[in-house]
Design a protein. Structure first.
Length: 177
Protein backbone atom coordinates (compact mmCIF):
# COMPACT_ATOMS: atom_id res chain seq x y z
CA UNK A 1 0.00 0.00 0.00
CA UNK A 2 1.25 3.48 -0.89
CA UNK A 3 1.23 5.92 2.04
CA UNK A 4 0.95 9.56 0.99
CA UNK A 5 1.68 12.00 3.82
CA UNK A 6 0.83 15.11 1.78
CA UNK A 7 -2.56 15.16 3.46
CA UNK A 8 -4.51 13.08 5.92
CA UNK A 9 -7.05 12.47 3.13
CA UNK A 10 -4.70 11.14 0.42
CA UNK A 11 -3.98 7.57 1.55
CA UNK A 12 -6.83 5.16 0.87
CA UNK A 13 -7.47 2.25 3.27
CA UNK A 14 -6.42 -1.23 2.19
CA UNK A 15 -8.89 -4.12 2.19
CA UNK A 16 -7.56 -5.22 5.59
CA UNK A 17 -8.11 -1.73 6.95
CA UNK A 18 -11.64 -1.65 5.51
CA UNK A 19 -12.38 -5.03 7.13
CA UNK A 20 -11.10 -3.75 10.51
CA UNK A 21 -13.28 -0.65 10.16
CA UNK A 22 -16.35 -2.71 9.23
CA UNK A 23 -15.90 -5.11 12.17
CA UNK A 24 -14.95 -2.53 14.81
CA UNK A 25 -17.14 -2.35 17.87
CA UNK A 26 -18.81 1.07 17.92
CA UNK A 27 -20.93 3.15 20.23
CA UNK A 28 -22.02 6.74 20.79
CA UNK A 29 -18.72 8.62 20.88
CA UNK A 30 -20.34 11.82 22.19
CA UNK A 31 -21.60 9.94 25.25
CA UNK A 32 -18.25 8.24 25.82
CA UNK A 33 -19.65 4.88 24.72
CA UNK A 34 -17.44 4.10 21.69
CA UNK A 35 -14.84 1.56 22.85
CA UNK A 36 -12.56 2.17 19.84
CA UNK A 37 -12.43 5.92 20.43
CA UNK A 38 -11.99 5.43 24.17
CA UNK A 39 -9.06 3.05 23.59
CA UNK A 40 -7.46 5.41 21.04
CA UNK A 41 -7.68 8.36 23.45
CA UNK A 42 -6.33 6.28 26.34
CA UNK A 43 -3.44 4.98 24.26
CA UNK A 44 -2.44 8.41 22.95
CA UNK A 45 -2.64 9.95 26.44
CA UNK A 46 -0.38 7.19 27.72
CA UNK A 47 2.10 7.57 24.86
CA UNK A 48 2.32 11.32 25.50
CA UNK A 49 2.42 11.04 29.28
CA UNK A 50 -0.83 12.98 29.67
CA UNK A 51 -3.84 12.45 31.90
CA UNK A 52 -6.25 12.34 28.96
CA UNK A 53 -6.57 12.87 25.21
CA UNK A 54 -9.42 13.74 22.90
CA UNK A 55 -10.00 12.42 19.39
CA UNK A 56 -10.53 15.14 16.78
CA UNK A 57 -11.33 14.09 13.21
CA UNK A 58 -9.34 16.72 11.29
CA UNK A 59 -6.11 18.70 11.47
CA UNK A 60 -8.01 21.95 10.98
CA UNK A 61 -10.25 21.17 13.94
CA UNK A 62 -7.18 20.36 16.04
CA UNK A 63 -5.49 23.64 15.08
CA UNK A 64 -8.56 25.79 15.72
CA UNK A 65 -9.25 24.24 19.12
CA UNK A 66 -5.59 24.49 20.15
CA UNK A 67 -5.38 28.14 19.12
CA UNK A 68 -8.66 28.99 20.87
CA UNK A 69 -7.51 27.20 24.03
CA UNK A 70 -4.31 29.26 24.18
CA UNK A 71 -5.27 32.78 23.09
CA UNK A 72 -7.63 35.35 24.45
CA UNK A 73 -9.96 37.31 22.18
CA UNK A 74 -8.98 40.80 21.19
CA UNK A 75 -5.54 40.65 19.70
CA UNK A 76 -3.41 37.86 21.09
CA UNK A 77 -0.62 37.12 18.63
CA UNK A 78 0.21 33.72 17.18
CA UNK A 79 3.62 33.19 15.54
CA UNK A 80 3.98 30.55 12.83
CA UNK A 81 5.88 29.62 9.70
CA UNK A 82 4.97 31.20 6.35
CA UNK A 83 3.37 28.06 4.89
CA UNK A 84 1.72 26.81 8.09
CA UNK A 85 -1.70 25.24 7.70
CA UNK A 86 -3.59 27.87 9.78
CA UNK A 87 -2.40 30.55 7.32
CA UNK A 88 -2.68 28.67 4.05
CA UNK A 89 -5.72 26.46 4.47
CA UNK A 90 -7.98 27.53 7.31
CA UNK A 91 -9.72 30.51 5.68
CA UNK A 92 -9.04 33.01 8.47
CA UNK A 93 -10.35 30.64 11.12
CA UNK A 94 -7.91 31.73 13.86
CA UNK A 95 -8.95 35.36 13.43
CA UNK A 96 -12.66 34.62 13.16
CA UNK A 97 -12.96 31.96 15.86
CA UNK A 98 -10.34 33.21 18.34
CA UNK A 99 -9.64 36.85 17.53
CA UNK A 100 -6.01 35.86 16.94
CA UNK A 101 -3.51 37.95 15.02
CA UNK A 102 -1.30 35.68 12.91
CA UNK A 103 2.31 36.76 12.50
CA UNK A 104 4.31 34.98 9.83
CA UNK A 105 7.93 34.05 10.50
CA UNK A 106 10.17 33.28 7.56
CA UNK A 107 12.68 30.48 7.72
CA UNK A 108 13.87 27.29 6.13
CA UNK A 109 11.06 25.13 4.66
CA UNK A 110 8.43 25.96 7.25
CA UNK A 111 10.76 26.21 10.23
CA UNK A 112 12.08 29.36 11.87
CA UNK A 113 14.66 30.20 14.50
CA UNK A 114 14.53 31.54 18.02
CA UNK A 115 16.20 34.70 16.68
CA UNK A 116 13.37 35.20 14.15
CA UNK A 117 10.80 34.78 16.92
CA UNK A 118 12.71 37.17 19.19
CA UNK A 119 12.83 39.81 16.44
CA UNK A 120 9.09 39.52 15.81
CA UNK A 121 8.23 39.74 19.50
CA UNK A 122 10.60 42.66 20.00
CA UNK A 123 8.79 44.58 17.26
CA UNK A 124 5.95 45.12 19.75
CA UNK A 125 7.08 46.74 23.02
CA UNK A 126 5.42 45.24 26.08
CA UNK A 127 3.94 48.57 27.14
CA UNK A 128 2.08 49.21 23.84
CA UNK A 129 -1.53 48.35 24.60
CA UNK A 130 -2.48 48.75 20.92
CA UNK A 131 -0.07 46.11 19.61
CA UNK A 132 -0.93 42.42 19.52
CA UNK A 133 0.00 40.53 22.70
CA UNK A 134 2.49 37.72 22.00
CA UNK A 135 0.77 34.57 23.21
CA UNK A 136 1.36 31.43 21.13
CA UNK A 137 4.02 29.88 18.90
CA UNK A 138 2.99 27.16 16.45
CA UNK A 139 5.69 24.65 15.55
CA UNK A 140 4.22 22.68 12.67
CA UNK A 141 5.77 19.59 11.14
CA UNK A 142 5.30 20.57 7.51
CA UNK A 143 4.00 17.32 6.07
CA UNK A 144 2.59 19.02 3.02
CA UNK A 145 3.20 22.66 2.07
CA UNK A 146 6.88 22.89 2.98
CA UNK A 147 7.99 19.53 1.70
CA UNK A 148 7.87 17.32 4.76
CA UNK A 149 10.45 19.17 6.79
CA UNK A 150 11.02 17.90 10.32
CA UNK A 151 12.15 20.56 12.78
CA UNK A 152 15.67 19.98 14.08
CA UNK A 153 15.56 19.51 17.85
CA UNK A 154 17.99 22.37 18.47
CA UNK A 155 15.77 24.75 16.47
CA UNK A 156 12.71 23.79 18.53
CA UNK A 157 14.73 24.30 21.71
CA UNK A 158 15.84 27.75 20.50
CA UNK A 159 12.24 28.77 19.80
CA UNK A 160 11.14 27.39 23.17
CA UNK A 161 13.87 29.33 24.95
CA UNK A 162 12.70 32.62 23.40
CA UNK A 163 9.05 31.82 24.09
CA UNK A 164 9.77 31.12 27.75
CA UNK A 165 11.89 34.28 28.11
CA UNK A 166 9.16 36.34 26.43
CA UNK A 167 6.49 34.89 28.68
CA UNK A 168 8.57 35.63 31.77
CA UNK A 169 9.37 39.20 30.66
CA UNK A 170 5.83 40.01 29.57
CA UNK A 171 4.29 38.57 32.71
CA UNK A 172 6.53 40.61 34.99
CA UNK A 173 6.41 43.89 33.03
CA UNK A 174 2.88 43.93 31.69
CA UNK A 175 0.33 42.77 34.25
CA UNK A 176 -2.87 41.57 32.64
CA UNK A 177 -1.19 40.37 29.45
Amino acid sequence: MLVNLYSDTQTRPSEAMRAAIASAEVGDEQRGEDPTTIELERRVASLLGQEAAVFLPSGTMCNEIAIRAHVRPGGDEVFLGRRAHPIEDEAGGPAMLSGAVLTVLDGDRGTFTGAALDAAVSAHPAHNRYAPRPRLVCVEQTANLSGGTVWPQERVEGVLEVARATNSARTSTAPGC
